[in-house]
Write a protein that binds this ligand. Structure first.
Ligand SMILES: C[S@@+](CC[C@H](N)C(=O)[O-])C[C@H]1O[C@@H](n2cnc3c(N)ncnc32)[C@H](O)[C@@H]1O
Length: 481
């Protein structure tokens, strides 16, 4: 069961508590205190009294012992009474995806119960558990009360984030908006994190962003020089391509590099990892084997016993759930729904160099990649993807993890913007085709600059500017580890 247990580091908790400007006798609520990071900071401050909730009984018992002076409850905060209101609320809400919420049913948390509560009516059905927490917390705040909350900055950019962020701003002003980088959570590598101080004043003012960094155990403020520049491209991604996630097997242990003899005819090559591709094309890439069972060869005893063993194992383990369900519902549960993977592929995670890769081999592509299907000339499309204007947009929106890792969601790709190629000269279109083709063939990264040069004829942002901004943002990501 996933309760979203990611704990706040002590130094960050102390900082957050210091943002309160409440009266000495104020009552502060922590709706999900976990190991008590905020309770510990409040105790040191010796100013306010505190009330807390924690649904996990083990964690509750362990933490409660250290805070006899506070009113701590082992209960579901989302069903807590809404009569009592608080002067201050401080929290790090649990991040639990909407598909996983019903798995908490044994603790009394499920979507039906949540959605029967009037206050959650404005939330989309795909809302993450943290959104319910924030809405409920705002509802428990006294007029003019203060709420300090920490969460990954990318949450606000989530596709279903719009309704959430308007709900957040409806009753509250954002008094402080603090972007904090470094490892701010225990045992989590997420580095792009936001602390908001909200005030329930019925206005909706939003303060200018501030930036702090956790560096070797010290919090330092800094000026953010990486304020995103505006790229005046207006054509949506849908005008040049479609995108989907690569193949999900549901059980890689069974489907990738299956271990039975006489596999011929029962496998196809699959590219599983960006490490298997050297350049900008999948030609010559190393591949794994994907189990693709040929129903005409099922008499082959090796494959039938392999399937039977996995069936037994999956049913005994009760997971992966999708396969358990398939085994119960379908005769040919072991057959994957393959689809065309010819096109352009892009890794879900970016480390150092960003790249869109041309795939015209018969390799299947795994879900570590997105597969893009050009709707315009494939080489023009390839060039429109492989240049600094596009890379810069992705750098700005990707979710940053430790070790310089950048995670790109499908909607990040769908939200890219491009210049209108109908306004391009024939010579430039020919040049883009030539450059795209050459990039796939030679994998020479200098060609990315050449493409960027061509596109700069159609942008207000010069080649020099985009190149400098892009280098800065990448440097910042790789240094900020
Ligand atoms: C992200 S952790 C934060 C814990 C702590 N406040 C901190 O910052 O270190 C979220 C906590 O919420 C608890 N939790 C999850 N669902 C809950 C619920 N419905 N009611 C109360 N607590 C819940 C989890 O067990 C977890 O300890």
């Amino acid at each position: 069961m996933d309760l979203g247990q990611v704990f706040t580091k002590g130094i960050v908790a102390d900082y957050m508590v210091s943002l309160f400007t409440l009266n000495k006798d104020a009552i502060v609520l922590d709706p999900c205190f976990g190991e008590g990071a905020f309770l510990s900071s409040l105790k040191k401050l010796k100013k306010y009294s505190a009330v807390g909730y924690e649904i996990d009984s083990d964690l509750f018992s362990k933490t409660k012992k250290n805070y006899p002076q506070y009113t701590l409850k082992n209960a579901d905060f989302l069903q807590a009474s809404s009569r009592k209101k608080y002067d201050g609320i401080i929290m790090n809400p649990p991040y639990v995806r909407h598909e996983k919420i019903n798995e908490l049913a044994e603790l009394g948390v499920c979507k039906d119960v949540l959605n029967s509560n009037e206050i959650f009516k404005g939330l989309p059905s795909t809302a993450n558990l943290y959104m319910y927490f924030i809405i409920k917390a705002v509802s428990l705040l006294k007029r003019n009360g203060e709420m300090i909350v920490i969460f990954p900055g990318s949450w606000l950019q989530a596709k279903n984030g719009d309704g959430f962020s308007s709900a957040l701003h409806k009753d509250c002003s954002v008094e402080r908006q603090i972007h904090i980088s470094g490892d701010v959570f225990e045992a989590s590598a997420l580095v792009d994190v936001l602390i908001l101080k909200l005030r329930k004043d019925g206005k909706n003012r939003v303060a200018e962003p501030e930036f702090i960094k956790l560096n070797n155990g010290v919090l330092e403020t800094y000026e953010n020089k990486n304020e995103a520049i505006e790229i005046n491209f207006n054509e949506p991604f849908s005008s040049i391509s479609k995108v989907r996630r690569g193949l999900t097997t549901g059980c890689n242990g069974m489907f990738i590099n299956p271990s039975f003899s006489r596999r011929e005819g029962h496998t196809r090559p699959i590219i599983s990892s960006p490490k298997q591709i050297a350049g900008f094309s999948t030609k010559g890439a190393v591949s794994d084997e994907l189990l693709v069972i040929d129903p005409n060869k099922l008499k082959d005893t090796d494959v039938t016993s392999f399937i039977a063993n996995w069936e037994k194992r999956i049913l005994a383990d009760g997971k992966p759930e999708t396969l358990v369900k398939k085994i119960k519902d379908q005769k040919e549960w072991y057959r994957l729904n393959l689809f065309d993977c010819h096109g352009i592929i892009f890794s879900y995670f970016v480390r150092n160099d960003m790249k869109f890769i041309y795939n015209d081999t018969d390799n299947v592509i795994r879900d570590n990649f997105y597969v893009l299907y050009p709707a315009i000339d494939k080489w023009v499309c390839f060039a429109l993807l492989n240049n600094l204007y596009t890379f810069y947009q992705l750098e700005c929106v990707g979710k940053k993890y430790g070790a310089g890792l950048l995670k790109i969601q499908r909607y990040d790709i769908e939200n890219l913007h491009f210049p209108n190629i109908k306004t391009f000269s024939d010579a430039d279109i020919d040049e883009l085709k030539k450059l795209g083709k050459k990039l796939a063939k030679t994998s020479d990264r200098k060609i990315i600059d050449d493409i960027t040069h061509v596109l700069s004829h159609y942008s207000d942002v010069s080649y020099e500017k985009i190149s400098a901004e892009y280098n800065d943002i990448v440097k910042n990501r790789l240094e900020n580890v």
